[in-house]
Design a protein around this ligand. Structure first.
Ligand code: DAH
Length: 344
């Protein structure tokens, strides 16, 4: 019997050591130490032995039980440790990996230019106002001193909308921001000091410098005793701030039906002193049109030209953006190619 007990211990120790999962170890424990285990089975024969022998075997079997329990405990720890290591290996987390990049939106370059311009105008006491993109023929042309038969209508290739209104003639997509001059004069009366940035439309074939949809800005200042010298001063200040350098303003004669006199304004090239690619070696850059608001326009909007006069000036916001970004192709601003837009 002693031999049998020793053999059980040897077998059990071997099985315990060979167990490499907790389930397997539980099975081994059951097999040797469980209610129906081999140790219990052998001890059931003890009743046939003498008292001396009973004591001796009882003691031995207890010792074996203690040894095996201890071994099982150790093996359990070992298996648990191995499982943790295994898990750590499989679930390896590299904290040095770069995080998943989320795409961050940014302001479109045209909006950036608009905002910059607005801030400058606001700092000089102008109010920023807006008008509808679907405009009436009356405000877009007639009240701006461009009657139906006027040859200046040819300056504006217009998208007409197939709809007429009694009071305002045809509807159209505004060809410039100037109709907002009329709207604002009617709404507020004189004096007026506003900036009108906005989207305009022309029925034009697109190329590097023309688009059917583009942005304009328009400054209007109406008050008593306003003259061209005020206009010159404002243009100098506004674009000096915009380009971040001191600039000179130059006027050339021009023609717009809504101003008298009408001028084209140019600024000295903010990018060079002696001629460069941007100014095409001329040292000046054409920016837009301007002049003193025509008395007919003031009258059409209910302002007395004997009492008030003012200047207006306007140009392409896209053109400013082209200068700032040194981009020669206007179309890139609206093609929504992030490779281009993300640069600004
Ligand atoms: N509205 C003109 C255009 O689209 C630009 C312009 C010229 C605006 C002279 C003005 C101005 O306010 O005075 O071509």
């Amino acid at each position: 019997m002693e031999k049998q007990l020793n053999q059980i211990q040897i077998d059990a120790e071997k099985d315990i050591k060979e167990s490499n999962s907790l389930d397997q170890l539980l099975e081994v424990e059951k097999k040797y130490l469980g209610k129906k285990g081999s140790l219990k089975a052998i001890l059931s024969q003890i009743k046939d032995l003498s008292i001396e022998e009973k004591k001796a075997f009882g003691k031995l079997s207890n010792q074996i039980k203690v040894v095996l329990n201890e071994l099982i405990f150790k093996q359990k720890k070992l298996i648990e440790e191995q499982e943790i290591q295994e898990q750590l290996k499989n679930e390896f987390l590299d904290v040095t990996l770069p995080a998943i990049q989320t795409q961050k939106g940014s302001t479109h370059v045209l909006k950036q230019v608009q905002k910059k311009l607005e801030e400058i105008f606001i700092s000089l006491g102008f109010e920023v106002v807006d008008g509808p993109e679907v405009e009436s023929e009356k405000y877009n042309f007639e009240d701006l001193n461009i009657p139906q038969s006027h040859p200046a209508r040819d300056m504006y290739d217009t998208f007409f909308i197939d709809q007429k209104t009694e009071k305002y003639n045809r509807l159209l997509l505004r060809t410039h921001t100037s109709p907002v001059q009329i709207r604002h004069m009617l709404k507020q009366g004189a004096p007026i000091k506003v900036l009108v940035p906005g989207r305009v439309f022309r029925y034009e074939e697109a190329d590097a410098t023309h688009e059917h949809t583009f942005m304009q800005y328009e400054g209007l200042y109406i008050d008593k005793d306003i003259s061209l010298s005020h206009l010159k001063g404002y243009i100098e200040e506004i674009f000096g701030q915009f380009f971040g350098s001191k600039i000179e303003v130059r006027f050339r004669p021009g023609y717009f039906p809504f101003t008298e006199p009408s001028l084209e304004f140019e600024i000295s090239c903010p990018f060079c002193k002696n001629g460069c690619k941007v100014c095409k070696q001329t040292k000046y850059i054409e920016l837009g049109g301007c002049g003193m608001v025509h008395p007919n326009v003031l009258k059409a909007a209910g302002i007395d030209p004997e009492k008030y006069q003012g200047f207006a000036f306007g140009g392409g916001l896209d053109r400013l953006a082209m200068l700032v970004t040194q981009n020669n192709d206007l179309r890139l601003f609206r093609q929504n190619d992030l490779r281009f837009l993300k640069q600004f």
